[in-house]
Structures are given as structure tokens and as C-alpha cells.
Design a protein around this ligand. Structure first.
Ligand SMILES: C[S@@+](CC[C@H](N)C(=O)[O-])C[C@H]1O[C@@H](n2cnc3c(N)ncnc32)[C@H](O)[C@@H]1O
Length: 225
């Protein structure tokens, strides 16, 4: 994506985009990061989420907005027998499929293209849904599948849809960096909707505060499932 057709990105993101396509070894996975696929090795956000998700005894999990497929692979390696990985952006879906084939050829990870839950079968109830969502809205052309609906809008849409896709006791895990205004934070949106939220991680990395949150559906919607 030519830089003049999109909003300026922070320098580290720009550097990762400049070297695409590339292959990176992340936590023992050999990952292709194709053109216009979100770099899983940008900062520590995805790796923090991967580590924190190890605590959940999930049987079936979803990596929403999977990008390269890194989080789906790490969920699968942690012992979750059935993992789904979905992304709206076709280059990400193709890239994740390639990385899954190379790193987890046993067939336990299903990759598909979907705008949030639109193509996810309603019959499947997830114990864990991880979404490293676009933290803020883009301007101009989408970058790595992240467009103008990032931040508040996509987070609210996701949180409204996710209760009916969770099993009883299931949770969602989302991240945030306060490079973006607080209004875009899952913490803010979840509170607005009355969803219980717990901060799993808060770290300051020199330029911004980074967070990982666990979000549960409100009790009335979980009893309705
Ligand atoms: C910040 S990237 C995270 C990628 C990957 N999970 C990771 O941690 O490296 C956000 C991802 O969400 C995807 N995405 C954006 N809007 C989406 C939507 N409406 N439905 C599904 N995925 C979406 C983007 O294509 C992008 O791959």
C-alpha cells in the first residue's frame, strides 16, 4: 500500500511494512508475513496475549482477526484441540493458511475468511475468543486489513456479537495501546456495555501503555445462551 494513500504509521510499523514479504521465527514458529499482512512481531502485544491465554483451560478457541495466524498456532500448541482462525482480509487468510500448514499440519486449526462472526457457524460455542483488534480507525485505504472502522466501532460490534458465540463461562481476550484515544479501548467499550472486565496486563513500553483485558458477557446474556 503506497504510503501516500494511507494515514502515517508509527516508525516501527512502517519498518515492518517496508520489509514485507519476510519470514520470522516467533516462539519457535516459522511464519511468513506476506505483503499487507499484519506483522505478528510488531511490538510484544501478540506475544503477551499468547502467554496470557495459556491460563485458560479451553477446548475450543477462536483467533478473530488472525493476520499471519500466530495466535491461532500458539493456542493450538498450548493444548487447545480445536482452533478457528478468521480474518476479513484475504491476504491474511491466505498467509495464515500457509503458516498453519507448515507449523501445525495435524488439521486442528480451521482458517476462514469472515467479517467478525458472519461466516462462523452459529452452532460452535467458543471457550476462548482472542481478538488483537485494530486499536484505532485508519484513514484512506486499509493497511493490513485494518480500516476506518478500527477502534471504538469494531470493538463495539465485536462485543455485541461475541456473547452468542461463547460457551457458558467463556471469555474474550483483547489488547490495547494508549497510542490511541481511551475511547477506543475495549476497557472503555466493555464498561459502556456493562460487561465485566479484568486487566490481565498493564505495561509501559517507553512510548505507550499496553494492556490486555479479559472480557465476559454480561450475566443476563450468558444465562440466555
Ligand atoms: C492488529 S491486526 C492483528 C493480527 C494478528 N491477530 C496478530 O496479532 O498478529 C488486526 C487484524 O484484524 C483483521 N480485521 C480487521 N477488521 C476485521 C473484521 N471486521 N473481521 C475480521 N477481522 C478483521 C485485520 O485484517 C488484521 O489482520
Amino acid at each position: 500500500m503506497p504510503a501516500d494513500r494511507r494515514k502515517p504509521l508509527h516508525s516501527d510499523f512502517e519498518m515492518h511494512l517496508q520489509k514485507q514479504p519476510y519470514t520470522v521465527d516467533l516462539d519457535g514458529f516459522s511464519l511468513d508475513v506476506d505483503e499487507d499482512v499484519f506483522p505478528p512481531d510488531l511490538g510484544l502485544c501478540a506475544q503477551n496475549m499468547s502467554r496470557l491465554c495459556q491460563q485458560y483451560a479451553a477446548r475450543i478457541a477462536l483467533d478473530m482477526g488472525c493476520g499471519s495466524g500466530y495466535l491461532a498456532l500458539s493456542l493450538h500448541r498450548s493444548g487447545i484441540s480445536e482452533v478457528w482462525a478468521s480474518d476479513i482480509h484475504f491476504p491474511a487468510v491466505a498467509c495464515a493458511q500457509k503458516n498453519v500448514k507448515r507449523n501445525a499440519p495435524d488439521g486442528g486449526i480451521h482458517v476462514l475468511q469472515s467479517d467478525l462472526f458472519s461466516n462462523i457457524p452459529d452452532s460452535i460455542k467458543f471457550d476462548l475468543i482472542v481478538f488483537n483488534q485494530p486499536f484505532g480507525p485508519g484513514e484512506g485505504e486499509p493497511v493490513c486489513g485494518c480500516g476506518s472502522d478500527g477502534g471504538y466501532e469494531i470493538t463495539k460490534r465485536f462485543l455485541l456479537e461475541m456473547p452468542s458465540h461463547l460457551s457458558q463461562g467463556g471469555v474474550a481476550v483483547m489488547a490495547f495501546s494508549d497510542r490511541e484515544p481511551e475511547r477506543n479501548s475495549p476497557d472503555h467499550v466493555a464498561r459502556e456495555l456493562g460487561y465485566p472486565i479484568k486487566t490481565l496486563l498493564h505495561k509501559y513500553y517507553g512510548e505507550a501503555n499496553n494492556y490486555v483485558f479479559e472480557i465476559r458477557p454480561p450475566s443476563d446474556s450468558s444465562s440466555a445462551r
